[in-house]
Write a protein that binds this ligand. Structure first.
Ligand code: NIG
Ligand code: FE
Length: 408
C-alpha cells in the first residue's frame, strides 16, 4: 500500500536517530516543493514535487500547509479516574501543592472497572491525537496496590491494541505510599511482587519512581530502580520537581533513559546528566499550572544536555494534553527557540522513549507518523498559542485524523 503526500507548503523536521543537543537542536531540515512517498507504513522518499509516483496509491493533499513529524509525548499519567478541580482552585487561592491528591485519584481508580477506565482514556487519547500527538507514554501510579497497578497497566495494554496511537507503558507503583501501610512494606511489595509480575507479563517498558521531598528518598528510589533493571525494565525518574534532593545525580549514577521535571535541578545535576547521557524531559505545563518556576532549560541546552518536552497530562498538576501548547510554553516561558522546542517534542522525545531509530523525524526508513498543520510556516506554531491548526494526522502511513471529517 503506497501513499503520497503532495502540495506541502513547508516540511520541517529534525534529522537523525539519536537525541540532538546544543546548537544541533536548532538545526531543522526545511523543505519546500517536495512530496513524501510512503510504502508499507514507512517513508520511502522525501523528493521533489511531481516526481514519478507509484500508480494506484493514495494521494493526500496537504493543502499547502506545514508538515511536521508526529508529536511524541514522553511523560503522561493519562489513565486516571475522577477529577480534582477543588484542589486546583484551592491552589489558585494560594494553597501549596503537596502531592496529597495522588491518594484521592487512587481511591477513584479503585472504584471503577477496566472497561470504564478504557472508555475515559480512549476519549482523552483521541483528543491528544486531534492535537497532533502520535506517540504517548502513559504511567501507572494511581493504583498503589497490586490489583490496581496491574489494572492500570492492563488498561494501557488494551488501549494500545484498540487505538491507532503508539502507546508506551511505564510502571510507576512508586508514585506515593498507600495509606495504612509501612513504607518499607510497600517498597518490598513493589520489589518482590509487582516488578516481577510487570516484567513477566510484559506490562511496561519502563519503571519510574517519584523521587522527591515527601515522596521516595534517593536510597528508596535507587533500590526500586535497581530491582526494575534487574527484571529487564528500562528506567526513568521523576526528579527534583518539588525540591532539590539530588534526583538528577541519582538518575546520572544509574544512567537512566530520562530524568523528568527538574525544576530544582542543581548545576552539578545538569553536568552529571550530560556526562551520563541522560535525557532531561521538561514539563512546562506543570510549572505553569502549579504557578512554579520553570526548569532551567536554557542553561541545560547551553551546557549540551539534550532536552525533550512532555505534557505530564494528569488530574492533579497539569490538565494540558496538547504538545502544541507545551511547545508554545517552552518558547514563551523557558526561552527555547521554536526550532529547539520542535526538536524536543519530536526526535528528542522519541529518544526519551528509546524509539528515535523508528519515529521522531521525517526521513527515509522512519515510520510515516506526521501532522499536517493549517499554517503558513512552522514559526507560527507558538504564535497561534492555544489554537489548534491540526488538519490531518498520519500514523504508520494511515490517515487517522482528518479535521474535515472529524474522523478517527
Ligand atoms: O508528574 N509528580 C508526580 N506526579 C504527577 C502528579 C501527581 C498528582 O498530583 O496526581 C506529576 O506532576
Ligand atoms: Fe509526572
Amino acid at each position: 500500500m503506497s501513499t503520497i503526500i503532495t502540495n506541502i507548503g513547508q516540511l520541517v523536521t529534525p534529522i537523525g536517530k539519536s537525541p540532538l543537543n546544543g546548537k544541533k537542536m536548532n538545526e531543522l531540515s526545511l523543505h519546500k516543493d517536495i512530496q513524501i512517498s510512503i510504502k508499507d507504513g514507512k517513508i520511502v522518499a522525501v523528493e521533489v514535487r511531481g516526481s514519478k509516483t507509484d500508480s494506484g496509491g493514495l494521494i493526500i493533499d496537504a493543502g499547502g500547509g506545514v508538515v511536521i513529524p508526529g508529536l511524541v509525548d514522553p511523560h503522561t499519567h493519562a489513565v486516571f479516574a475522577g477529577t480534582r478541580e477543588e484542589e486546583f482552585l484551592a491552589r489558585c487561592q494560594g494553597e501549596e501543592y503537596t502531592g496529597g491528591g495522588i491518594g484521592s485519584t487512587a481511591r477513584s481508580v479503585a472504584q471503577i472497572s477496566e472497561e470504564e477506565l478504557i472508555k475515559s482514556a480512549s476519549h482523552r487519547l483521541k483528543e491528544m491525537l486531534s492535537h497532533g500527538t502520535t506517540t504517548v507514554e502513559i504511567k501507572s501510579g494511581y493504583g498503589l496496590d497490586m490489583e490496581n497497578e496491574i489494572k492500570l497497566l492492563n488498561v494501557i495494554k488494551r488501549l494500545s491494541k484498540e487505538n491507532r496511537l503508539r502507546l508506551v507503558a511505564t510502571f510507576l507503583g512508586a508514585h506515593a505510599f498507600p495509606s495504612g501501610m509501612h513504607r518499607a512494606d510497600y517498597i518490598s511489595l513493589i520489589i518482590t511482587t509487582m516488578i516481577p509480575y510487570v516484567s513477566r507479563y510484559r506490562l511496561a517498558k519502563f519503571c519510574d519512581v517519584f523521587c522527591d521531598s515527601g515522596f521516595y528518598t534517593i536510597d528508596e528510589a535507587r533500590t526500586i530502580l535497581r530491582a526494575a533493571r534487574g527484571a529487564g525494565l528500562l528506567l526513568k525518574l521523576h526528579a527534583d520537581e518539588l525540591a532539590s534532593t539530588g534526583g538528577a545525580e541519582l538518575a546520572a549514577q544509574l544512567k537512566v533513559t530520562s530524568a523528568d521535571h527538574l525544576l530544582h535541578i542543581s548545576d552539578r545535576g545538569i553536568a552529571a546528566l550530560k556526562e551520563a547521557g541522560v535525557i532531561a524531559v521538561l514539563l512546562p505545563g506543570t510549572a505553569f499550572s502549579l504557578n512554579k518556576r520553570y526548569a532551567p532549560a536554557r542553561k541545560m541546552i547551553d551546557t549540551g544536555l539534550p532536552i525533550a518536552l512532555a505534557s505530564d497530562f494528569n488530574p492533579g498538576t497539569c490538565l494540558i494534553n496538547s504538545q502544541l501548547i507545551i511547545i508554545g510554553l517552552a518558547v514563551l516561558k523557558m526561552g527555547l527557540t521554536i526550532e529547539e522546542a520542535l526538536t524536543a517534542a519530536t526526535l528528542n522525545a522519541a529518544a526519551a522513549l528509546e524509539m528515535a531509530d523508528r519515529i521522531g523525524s521525517l526521513e527515509e526508513g522512519k515510520s510515516a507518523d506526521l501532522v499536517i498543520l493549517a499554517l503558513d510556516n512552522y514559526r507560527q506554531i507558538p504564535y497561534f498559542f492555544g489554537h489548534n491548526p491540526v488538519m490531518k494526522v498520519l500514523i504508520n502511513g494511515q490517515l487517522v485524523w482528518d479535521r474535515n471529517r472529524d474522523r478517527y
